[in-house]
Design a protein around this ligand. Structure first.
Ligand code: HEC
Ligand code: HEC
Ligand code: HEC
Length: 232
């Protein structure tokens, strides 16, 4: 191959890599279609996670963890990573210009940054509406959507010194089971806690095939009808 051709190929490859890396966008996008889920999430502890970093909030818990209850931790890099969405990632939470759609533990903390896979949601949703045509879930996985959340939860909930989770690294959570048993994290139990995650709503099964999310059948069997929104 001639040099200009090689260069062109290299540039194309670089462009493809950039396009394939999904960014965080915030829950406005997700919530405009998944309205019921968003409204349910707004009532959760995850939604209010940034409030806990404000002065005077949760003073007793902070004192117990040797934190200063009068300090404002809302811009503290040692805290915000676990109390927001996408901190230190492209498009993610920036404490100096906090977007309300990235404040708190939002949608993209679990299935991952959504700039790519949400496009497939839209396209597949439209095809399903028009022609009842389903789409392979595999295409979502290829666009970066995560279906196994356990590692993601662990990165916040089990991130402390002496944790059973192998990936633990600083900054650690100050709230560990050593401080109080109630801070222990049992994934199977926690993931079923609708008050912390969000309630589950009936899906139309637009996506089919692997990777089928664990708990899907169980959650769907008890799911309520959804109110869908139109993308803004
Ligand atoms: C343009 C509308 C739209 C947007 C924006 C959108 N989705 Fe979806 N999403 C859909 C549709 C349609 C489905 C298929 C639902 C069904 O099967 O009933 C879906 C399905 C899902 C599912 C279930 C997938 C499965 O395994 O069946 C999850 C989880 C999800 N969306 C999360 C998100 C998240 C997180 C975001 C934001 C990053 C998002 N969606 C943005 C329309 C959208
Ligand atoms: C980005 C970090 C982060 C991720 C990811 C995360 N959480 Fe949380 N979670 C928090 C924070 C912070 C709180 C406490 C919010 C507050 O009260 O300020 C919390 C609170 C909770 C609570 C309520 C408190 C309790 O312990 O009973 C549950 C349950 C929970 N999370 C489960 C999960 C599960 C299950 C996952 C994965 C599917 C998950 N979380 C992912 C940060 C996270
Ligand atoms: C590695 C992730 C992580 C970091 C870093 C982190 N937190 Fe959290 N924080 C959590 C999780 C997870 C919870 C929920 C614990 C639970 O209820 O089981 C939480 C809960 C809290 C709570 C509520 C405790 C309660 O009993 O209601 C406060 C207050 C808090 N964090 C403050 C802070 C402050 C201040 C910092 C920085 C000094 C910080 N956090 C850093 C993950 C983190």
């Amino acid at each position: 191959m001639k040099l200009p051709v090689l260069l062109a190929v290299a540039l194309l490859l670089a462009a493809a890599t950039v396009a394939a890396a999904p960014n965080f966008e915030g829950r406005k996008k997700c919530g405009s279609c998944h309205r019921s889920q968003l409204e349910s999430w707004e009532r959760t502890a995850h939604a209010k996670a940034m409030d806990s970093l404000a002065p005077k909030a949760k003073a007793e818990a902070k004192r117990k963890a040797k934190l200063d209850p009068n300090k404002d931790y809302r811009q503290d890099a040692d805290c915000v990573g676990c109390h927001s969405t996408g901190f230190r990632h492209e498009g993610g939470f920036d404490p100096t210009a906090p977007s309300k759609y990235l404040t708190g533990v939002g949608c993209e903390n679990c299935p991952g940054p959504g700039s790519e896979y949400r496009l497939s949601h839209r396209k597949a949703g439209q095809a399903f509406e028009k022609k009842q045509q389903t789409a392979p879930r595999q295409q979502l996985a290829e666009a970066g959507q995560e279906f196994q959340f356990e590692e993601r939860c662990a990165a916040c909930h089990l991130n402390y010194e002496g944790s059973p989770w192998k990936g633990a690294k600083k900054p650690y959570t100050p709230f560990t089971p050593k401080l109080d048993k109630k801070y222990g994290f049992d994934y199977a139990k926690a993931v079923r806690n609708d008050k912390a995650m969000h309630e589950h709503f009936k899906l139309e099964n637009v996506f089919t095939g692997p990777p089928v999310p664990p708990f899907r059948e169980e959650f769907q069997s008890k799911a309520k009808p959804a109110v869908k929104g139109k993308e803004e």
